[in-house]
Design a protein around this ligand. Structure first.
Ligand code: DX5
Ligand code: ZN
Length: 211
């Protein structure tokens, strides 16, 4: 079963709540994007306060597109978030971050930007729960899909046959099947789901294409 996960990349609490309410009716999990204006040239809500305040049945993952995630993760430890993704390019303290998150019983995903080679994973791959491949330059909804990342996903599946693979950015029902064929287990989708007639219709399209 391929999981399609709507992303929430917003600048205000109102937009955050709006998207949470829409997602609650249609899915089990959302992906909350956090951008700090340093690691990526965009800024979102902080996310941790918002997720603490809501009451929801949704499972929530946080994607930290931030510089020095070691200075951010402590805020997420006592939130209901069950997955935390941080970028390998953003820190020299990956091992420490993973240990802290694991102690708090969070699932940990390590994110790779489109141009970051698979080799960057080597020192930590055994300690993370999943690998998160960016298929756009991170930071925004609607980034340009970079097809070449498929090769890296293919290699990853070959080298790490049992690892969960999540892919994020520019995904549509048209390109989803190729990502799944390469080895993706989870697909994070933003603009396609929020723009094309809403979540219900969008999720239906993915189901059809991946059936
Ligand atoms: C991109 C974010 C993605 C984004 C996906 O920087 O990490 O999660 O929300 O949105 P689309 O599908 O529009 O690329
Ligand atoms: Zn994301």
């Amino acid at each position: 079963m391929i999981e399609i996960i709507p992303s929430i990349l917003v600048k205000t609490r109102e937009e955050f709540l709006e998207k949470i309410m829409a997602a609650e009716k249609q899915c089990e999990r959302v992906h909350v994007d956090v951008a700090d204006g340093i690691f990526v040239p965009n800024m979102t809500v902080g996310g941790f306060e918002e997720v603490k305040e809501i009451e929801t049945t949704l499972k929530i993952g946080a994607h930290l597109m931030v510089s020095k995630p070691e200075n951010h993760i402590v805020r997420w430890l006592d939130t209901p978030v069950d997955k935390v993704i941080f970028h390998i390019e953003a820190t020299k303290k990956a091992q420490e971050i993973i240990a802290t998150l694991k102690e708090a019983e969070k699932m940990v995903g390590i994110a790779l930007n489109p141009s970051t080679p698979l080799e960057a994973l080597k020192p930590i791959v055994d300690s993370v729960d999943f690998i998160h491949f960016m298929t756009v330059e991170p930071g925004f909804y609607g980034g340009k899909y970079i097809e070449a990342v498929i090769e890296k996903i293919n290699d990853c599946r070959y080298f790490y046959p049992d690892k969960l693979i999540e892919v994020d950015g520019g995904i549509t029902p048209e390109n989803a099947a190729a990502l799944v064929k390469a080895g993706a287990n989870m697909l994070v989708v933003g603009s396609y789901l929020w723009q094309n007639g809403g979540l219900e219709k969008g999720l239906e399209e993915f189901k059809k294409q991946l059936a």
